[in-house]
Design a protein around this ligand. Structure first.
Ligand code: ZN
Length: 232
């Protein structure tokens, strides 16, 4: 139990830092300066406003100084980071797979905040895995996934190009069958989430349903689910 509590706290703290990175890097902002501040009133945040998860709960999701609503993504990402760290501690995944999940976690945050992926940083982050899996890379699978999804995207415009690149890279390491399983689980997670949203708030759903869906978090959940099943 102590291991899990420690892992959760460590994961939530790392997630808090990753969230700042994912929010600021794509905007070309420094992750060090200026220090954390409210996005609305730009008041500098004290250390007690920055405790992962706890500060959000104590402040009821609002800025201490101007009472503006804090994005719920920050809270969710810290909880998800804590759970991811517990999962890594529980399943003793190989270090490469742990690394993959952490990178996917960071990419998911970037996709949620900016609805975009940045191919060059993504490829750079994956270099250690390209080298690690070089002898057993599934080039045909990656080619098949990349080309077939690109054709679908050409006619339907239903999937983002960053998502296609990411799925092709996953195909390179896991092969066609496993990657399609990851994609299937990702689609099921996504459909479930949007079905729940529709049932809870049909009017709001009708307004937001035409905006792009950040799909990387669902792909990441698919990867996490398959890796967890494979390591049982
Ligand atoms: Zn404020």
């Amino acid at each position: 139990m102590l291991i899990y509590i420690s892992a959760f706290i460590f994961g939530a703290c790392c997630a808090s830092f990753f969230t700042v990175c994912a929010w600021r890097w794509p905007l070309g902002l420094s992750i060090i300066w200026p220090g954390s501040q409210c996005d609305f009133c730009h008041h500098a945040l004290a250390w007690y406003d920055l405790c992962p998860i706890i500060s959000y709960i104590v402040l009821r999701g609002r800025c201490r100084y101007c009472d503006a609503q804090i994005q719920r993504h920050f809270f969710n990402s810290e909880v998800a980071g804590g759970l991811l760290a517990c999962c890594l501690a529980r399943h003793y995944l190989p270090s490469q797979m742990g690394y993959l999940l952490i990178i996917l976690y960071l990419l998911s945050l970037v996709d949620i905040f900016h609805t975009a992926l940045y191919p060059v940083p993504m490829l750079l982050a994956f270099i250690p895995l390209f080298i690690e899996y070089w002898p057993s890379n599934h080039w045909v699978s990656a080619l098949l996934i990349g080309s077939s999804l690109s054709i679908i995207n050409y006619f339907s415009d239903g999937i983002g190009t960053g998502d296609i690149e990411l799925l092709a890279i996953l195909g390179l390491w896991f092969g066609l069958e496993t990657t399609l399983l990851m994609l299937l689980i990702a689609c099921l997670f996504c459909l479930t989430k949007y079905l729940v949203d529709y049932l809870r708030h049909p009017v709001v759903f009708a307004l937001v349903s035409r905006s792009p869906i950040p799909f990387v978090p669902y792909i990441s959940l698919g990867v996490w689910a398959v890796l967890t099943i494979m390591n049982k």
